[in-house]
Design a protein around this ligand. Structure first.
Ligand SMILES: Cc1ncc(COP(=O)(O)O)c(C=O)c1O
Length: 456
């Protein structure tokens, strides 16, 4: 890797001082952040990131679950540069631009034309807000105003805005804002675990039975059900068995409830398929996409829906049926251009089975490195997603939150050339699908070495 962009020691010291004095990082206890050595990423190439001191790290979080093809990819860069030479931003409020239209057509194609309409936003939370509004407003426009309810699953995470926190279920992240949430009915998540293609536990029937009871009771007054299909990411990579999404979809259909699938995390190669709804053979009423949509290059999200939903929003101006929602950078042309190129690159990787092959290898590597480790209480893995839950080796011993075991493992991993981020004492590995076999091996070996250092 060339090092032409490595800043001087003085520049790095300046960046560090500015960061310490002025920045406030997301999901971060700043006191802890400032008490530890800070990493300033100055460039990336492939699945590696380089810091201001020239140290190279594997991107074990795919830059927070977004990166698909690696960093600084020449074809993705070229797509952005080409669009930049035309126009960087122009509004979609009452106007259009070619990349937005072309991408909407490609996204419709991903659903076999079943969801032909794309409403753009610029992050996953806002795209979920749009999904909820589409369903709720549709009910009013369709003469079904009694359908006001929303159902979500236990442990759900759909973002950090108030609407998405209301349908979410994470006390640590959002509990203090609960008094301001709107009502949401909840059904239990399936208690299911697998790694390396091996089922460890499956109590999903209880979850489906509870959902059926809830729908029998409240289905007629429910507008929509929102679900992260296959994997609940932010909850700690909690899995659902194959067929679970399909069973939920069938129950929703039976009760006339819109199914919203939030594939913000699971979409675009994360599980080895392009979308989980492909793997499950399910067409939702509304589909939410973000993160990997632009291969992790620029902020863009899309909420796709059926023509039947879209048509209900049509009418004369004084009927006030239009969706009054929009964001300044909705459908940014640079982001749409890179999303188009990413899809073009991704399709052959999925269709040839290459992503599934690599995901299976990742499963084998995870099992090889972490199964039977005395400090591992559970492994959950599917596709390019692994959660390794840690525990003290000695029976009866516990770790306090402030021991920060998972965090200390992630700090130790830096010395092994890895950037990873834990969730409490669970180590999460979420590599870009572009990682090579050898890099996946290094990711697992380095994580194990860091774990052994901290836990021995
Ligand atoms: C399933 C899911 N939905 C929604 C979001 C929110 O997306 P964003 O962070 O872009 O607002 C996330 C973020 O991790 C997510 O995992």
């Amino acid at each position: 890797m060339t090092d032409h962009a490595t800043p001087s020691a003085k520049q790095t010291a300046e960046t560090d001082a500015l960061d310490a004095r002025h920045s406030w990082h997301p999901f971060t206890q700043m006191r802890e952040y400032l008490a530890n050595p800070r990493v300033h990423i100055v460039r990336g190439e492939g699945c590696s990131l380089v810091d201001s001191e020239g140290r190279e790290y594997l991107d074990g979080t795919a830059s927070l679950w977004t990166n698909v093809h690696g960093h600084n990819h020449p074809e993705l860069n070229a797509a952005i540069i080409d669009q930049l030479g035309r126009v960087a931003h122009t509004t979609l409020l009452g106007f259009n631009h070619p990349p937005a239209a072309a991408l909407a057509e490609k996204l419709a194609g991903l659903t076999g034309g079943a969801l032909p309409r794309s409403f753009y936003t610029d992050n996953g939370s806002c795209a979920v807000e749009v999904a909820l509004k589409l369903s709720l407003q549709y009910r009013q426009l369709a003469g079904e105003a009694q359908r006001t309810g929303i159902i979500a699953m236990e442990n759900a995470y759909h973002g950090d805005t108030f609407g998405t926190m209301s349908v979410g279920d994470n006390g640590v992240f959002h509990g203090r804002f609960k008094p301001w949430f709107f009502a949401c009915d909840r059904f239990p998540a399936p208690d299911y675990c697998e790694f390396d293609g091996r089922v460890v536990r499956d109590r999903s029937a209880d979850s489906l039975a509870a959902l059926e009871r809830l729908l029998t009771q409240k289905g007629a007054s429910t507008s929509c059900l929102i679900l992260e299909p296959g994997i609940q990411g932010a909850a700690g990579m909690l899995l659902q068995p194959p067929g679970f999404v399909k069973a939920v979809a069938q129950l929703c259909r039976r009760h006339g409830v819109h199914l919203i699938l939030d594939e913000v995390f699971t979409g675009f190669g994360r599980t080895g398929d392009l979308l989980v709804c492909h793997r499950e053979g399910v067409t939702p009423d509304i589909l939410v996409l973000a993160k990997g949509l632009t291969a992790g290059y620029l902020p863009l999200a899309a909420t796709l829906c059926t023509e039947a939903i879209y048509e209900k929003f049509l009418g004369a101006q004084d009927e006030w049926r239009a969706l009054y929602h929009g964001h300044t950078f909705t459908g940014n042309p640079l982001a749409c251009a890179v999303a188009l190129k990413s899809l073009e690159l991704l399709r052959p990787l999925v269709e040839s089975g290459e992503l599934r092959r690599k995901a299976a290898l990742f499963g084998k590597l995870v099992a090889e490195h972490f199964e039977n480790h005395p400090c591992v209480s559970e492994i959950r893995q599917r596709g390019f997603v692994a959660a390794i839950a840690l525990k003290p080796a000695r029976p009866g011993e516990t770790w306090a939150v402030n021991d920060r075991t998972g965090y200390r493992v992630s700090l130790a991993a830096r010395k092994h050339g890895l950037l990873i981020r834990p969730l409490g004492d669970t180590v999460l590995l979420v590599p870009p699908p572009a990682m090579s076999d050898d890099e996946l091996r290094r990711l697992c070996a380095g994580t194990l070495a860091a774990m052994n250092e901290v836990l021995s």
